[in-house]
Design a binder for this molecule. Structure first.
Ligand SMILES: [Zn+2]
Length: 612
């Protein structure tokens, strides 16, 4: 079988990519005609659902009937949405398919309206009554977690007048973020910088990052960093005012709904205690030594007299290895051997069954994702370019897909989906297993060093940096909760202190670094979100301790608990699901697992680079 390899010169048309590297969407719908009839079916189900309004209080049968009708609409929605959406991603220039995709979005809005009576009507029935029904009706008891969590959410829902008032206020809630986006993208004139070789470079964010990751001339990196951050520094008072708008909005909502703090308001939906975030931040700060050790090693190996934030991303060892997809696919299967033959068989099926859209083509969506298509199987979109990043992305998306597959196979529809709080556990664990596999078979010092550095960089960027961000957000929100002023100076002061607490004296003085907060879009778009990457990472590190154990029974038990976490889907609150998998995020030890892992990796890298 001749191996297809992407041509770095030009993008192929979709037809030029051989079939076996393109996903087979016929498992969702065989034709557009079939899609149209599913669409009509969903449309009819939505209309029919309206007729159930006013029936719930009549008894358990009516309630079960309504839940089942919602499941049916939900399952249909997956097929109708993903067929149009995945087809669109194959070539986003296709207007006809884009129109169909938008048609589904419009139907979804109608579906939401048609079902908007359901939650208030259910919540109007006393919880004790519904619990009585569940005790005598096993069909209804299936929905217990869905019902209980809805009532839990209800604790902070206001009366009708209050909710109406909040809905009016919500219209202005996005103004700060919209202004941030406008100032940062639409109205921002990207700075230009002249490099040492005389080349003039305009710094979009993408170009700026690429320069920091590839340019081996420190003076060029410094110039790019300073030009890029100067723009934020020049507008720092505006950025501070916009961020204050975000903080004030969050505090308004928390207080209006009767929460003690903005953090509590953010975590209540998933039933996560605020101590989880507080412990995460505290323990991470106690475990910064391996991070500093890594940065000192970098400074020495790179031979730099001074070392600043713009020196953190340049690779220690240059590598230009290319990995042909057909060569890598069997590795991905081999790497998950520790998870058992059934799991491996599923991964094999994903490759053989054309679940993956591998290569870039003209018009195809960029990036990578795993799409959880209920009723078919997960699909993965890649833009595989044969780099080290690309093979780890494949391992990552495969982890998401196996989570989807096992959850969909095991759970009833209502619990088949999972929350972001657990979602990045399987993906990062899949990467960790793949790293172990690759390290084992690496032949040379450089190959090992490149892999170790990849693993270390993912810990520093996905864990330490995200916890530092969470720390910043929490401190800023707390200032507002304590009626303290928010100014550019205050925010930069927090950031500066954090940099010192994390990096100690490893980083040399760089005045512009303190304005970094203005550059982080997450702070303005999704407060209290990034910490979830870190908790997932800690969960994975904890699980990997068992999976890497030299003790057979410990390993077997760890694998069993991990697979049951995947099968559990969204059948409980994330903390509870993780606890049954043996992960207790309220324990400092769970968070410490990351620092221990980093410590081991840095020591190995040090040994490789010292030629030991
Ligand atoms: Zn992911």
């Amino acid at each position: 079988m001749p191996t297809y390899r992407p041509d770095s010169g030009q993008l192929p048309t979709r037809d030029a990519v051989p079939d076996q590297y393109r996903w087979d969407l016929s498992h969702i719908c065989r034709t557009w005609d079939e899609w149209t009839s599913s669409y009509r079916e969903l449309e009819a189900a939505v209309e029919l659902f309206k007729g159930r309004q006013g029936t719930l209080a009549s008894g358990p049968e009516a309630l079960v009937g309504a839940f089942r009708a919602m499941d049916l609409m939900g399952a249909l929605s997956y097929r109708v949405w993903y067929y149009a959406s995945l087809r669109y991603d194959e070539d986003q220039r296709n207007n006809e398919i884009n129109a169909r995709r938008q048609q589904v979005q419009i139907l979804f809005a109608r579906q939401q309206q048609a079902g908007s009576w359901f939650n208030p009507e259910l919540l109007a029935i006393p919880l004790e009554t519904v619990r009585g029904w569940m005790a005598t009706h096993p069909d209804l008891a299936l929905y217990r977690f869905a019902i209980e969590s809805l009532f839990h959410e209800q604790e902070h829902v206001l009366d009708e007048r209050g909710e109406r008032l909040l809905s009016y206020a919500s219209r202005s809630g996005s103004v700060s973020h919209d202004s941030y986006s406008a100032l940062t993208t639409a109205d921002m004139k990207p700075p230009a910088v002249t490099l040492g070789d005389g080349e003039l470079v305009t710094l979009s964010y993408g170009q700026y990052r690429a320069l920091l990751e590839t340019n081996r001339n420190q003076a060029d990196r410094a110039a790019a960093y300073r030009a890029f951050h100067q723009v934020y520094a020049d507008n720092r008072n505006t950025y501070a005012a916009l961020y204050n708008g975000v903080l004030q909005r969050d505090w308004f909502h928390a207080r209006a709904r009767g929460y003690d703090s903005t953090l509590q308001a953010a975590l209540h939906g998933n039933n996560i205690p605020t101590s989880v975030v507080e412990t995460l931040i505290r323990v991470t700060k106690e475990g910064v030594e391996p991070l500093r050790r890594y940065q000192r090693l970098r400074r020495r190996v790179l031979g730099l007299d001074s070392y600043r934030l713009f020196d953190l991303f340049i690779p220690l060892v240059s590598h230009d290895a290319r990995y042909a997809y057909d060569e890598v696919a069997p590795w991905i299967v081999d790497a998950v051997a520790p998870l058992g033959p059934d799991y491996q068989q599923h991964v094999r099926e994903a490759f053989a069954g054309r679940w993956i859209d591998v290569f870039e083509n003209d018009g195809k969506r960029s990036g990578a994702y795993s799409a959880p298509v209920y009723g078919a199987h997960p699909y993965m979109l890649l833009n595989y370019n044969e780099t080290l990043d690309a093979i780890f992305t494949l391992a990552h998306e495969m982890g998401h897909s196996m989570h989807t597959l096992l959850a969909h196979q095991t759970q009833p529809f209502v619990y088949a989906g999972y929350t972001i709080f657990v979602a990045e556990v399987p993906s990062t664990l899949s990467e960790a297993l793949f790293l172990d596999f690759m390290l084992e078979r690496a032949q040379t010092r450089d190959q090992r060093a490149v892999l170790l550095q990849h693993a270390i960089d993912s810990i520093t960027s996905t864990f330490y940096t995200q916890v530092m961000f969470a720390d910043f957000e929490l401190q800023a929100h707390r200032l507002v909760e304590q009626d303290q002023p928010i100014t550019a100076e205050v925010l930069s002061g927090i950031y500066d202190t954090l940099l010192r607490e994390y990096y100690g004296d490893v980083l040399d003085e760089e005045p512009l670094s303190s304005v970094t907060w203005a550059r982080i879009p997450h702070f303005f778009s999704t407060p209290y979100y990034v910490y979830q990457y870190a908790t997932c990472f800690a969960s994975t590190a904890r699980l990997m301790q068992d999976l890497r154990s030299s003790d057979g029974p410990t390993r077997t038990a760890g694998v069993g608990r991990y697979l049951s976490l995947l099968r559990a889907g969204g059948s409980g609150y994330p903390m509870d699901l993780l606890r049954t998998a043996g992960i207790d995020l309220s324990q400092a030890d769970t968070v410490r697992a990351v620092a221990s892992e980093l410590d081991v990796l840095v020591s190995r890298l040090e040994a490789e680079l010292n030629g030991a």
